[in-house]
Ligand binder design. Structure first.
Ligand code: ZN
Length: 190
């Protein structure tokens, strides 16, 4: 099965470099000064990297042991770019599922988050995309995804609330419908 994440996009690095230079000029910067000489190229390369998902194959395995408790990956660090300002937001993700017939390697839970993060994102959408991917790929009995992130567009500018974190969650199946499973998950990620 192919890895998740945004559909392959074409990145035109030379065009991005021209645009980055134009942005610097529009911001009143002297792009001839020494320190800025290579900045447009670096800006283009940095955004290209931040917007390119690392491909991976999400191998799944039969749940031969009949494991029927929550699988939880906690405190997965992630960073993404906010769609509204193209500024980073970063924090941790907690990803859980209650297996059905298939399981997936634990490291893949982190890779899924990383893959969907390499996009211009809003945190709510990222949360839902990770949950939907798990649901579609594993057909588990339940899925829980909680993201906690600091948005630099809020902490460094605008309302300037450093350290404030935005929490989003997506709960599916038994993690949404069964109070005991839901509180077990929420206790594990707090
Ligand atoms: Zn923003």
């Amino acid at each position: 099965m192919p890895g998740p994440g945004p559909a392959a996009r074409t990145i035109d690095l030379p065009a991005a470099e021209v645009a980055a230079r134009a942005l610097l000029v529009a911001l009143g910067m002297d792009t001839e000064q020494e320190g800025l000489a290579d900045t447009p190229r670096r800006v283009a390369a940095a955004y290209a990297e931040l917007l390119t998902p690392v491909p991976f194959v999400a191998t799944t395995f039969p749940n031969d042991e009949g494991y029927d408790e929550l699988v939880v990956a906690r405190d997965i660090p992630f960073h993404s770019l906010c769609m509204h300002h193209m500024l980073p937001f970063h924090g941790v993700a907690h990803v859980a599922y209650l297996p059905g017939d298939r399981i997936v390697g634990l490291s893949k839970l982190a890779r899924v988050v990383e893959s969907f993060s390499r996009d211009l994102q809003v945190q709510e959408r990222l949360t839902v995309q990770v949950a939907t991917w798990l649901e579609d790929t594993l057909q588990p009995r339940g899925v829980g995804v909680v993201l906690e992130a600091e948005h630099t567009c809020m902490s460094l500018r605008g309302v300037r609330k450093p350290g404030s974190r935005t929490v989003t969650s997506a709960l599916r199946g038994t993690l949404r419908d069964d109070a005991r499973t839901r509180s077990e998950f929420l206790a594990l990620v707090r």
